[in-house]
Design a protein around this ligand. Sequence first.
Ligand code: 3DU
Length: 215
Amino acid sequence: MKMDSRLILALDETDVPKALHVLDEVCGIIDAVKINWPLILSAGPEIITTLSQKADVICDFKIADIPNTDRLIIEQSVKRGASGVIVHAFTGTDSLKECVSAAGGRDVFVVTEMSHPGGQEFTAKHAEEFAAMAAECGASGLIAPATRPERIKKIKESAPGLLILSPGVGAQGGSASNAVLNGADYVIVGRSIYGSSDPKDAAQKLADEIKALRF
Ligand code: 3DU
């Protein structure tokens, strides 16, 4: 995945023509597009291939199963054009190792502490362990909450060298700058871009905000 704007679009728009239009508008700005069940269930899995012709696609299926099922899901995602997948860590080391193996060099990003308030009830208690396990299993990176930027820093310390992708910017209340200043390598933004009346302008403003931090 390129590291240019450090912006990843979460394309949870379920109106398929609108989703395609949004991606066309912003694909020159974003580094990748992340898709989740809402768009897959609306458009069908062919959408992975369609989008992969325009941008790197990260399939956010939050895979959390036994190793064999994890492998089957990842193989199908990769076959359709995914360049990365998002998986849960609570399933344990064997599942996570199988995810990395099945991805065959594509990126595996591991959820640590989730960004919504409920993320503090369970995921926060194990986030550092999840991060260390992700590093041990050969994952590419971690998902850590832009809504709690101080936690990004802590989670990153548990797995130095792994990429940090942070959702929770905008609609969930987090700030792109705070996330990046606390260690996020990329921010993941959905509604603030695809729900905007001018998605291109919204994406450009976020890209400019991140660029102004001067790396
Ligand atoms: O809140 P937004 O509309 O910017 O979308 C955020 C996206 O990131 C959405 O697809 C959601 O499922 C995903 N995500 C989180 O928001 C928080 C997490 O901890 C993990 C994934």
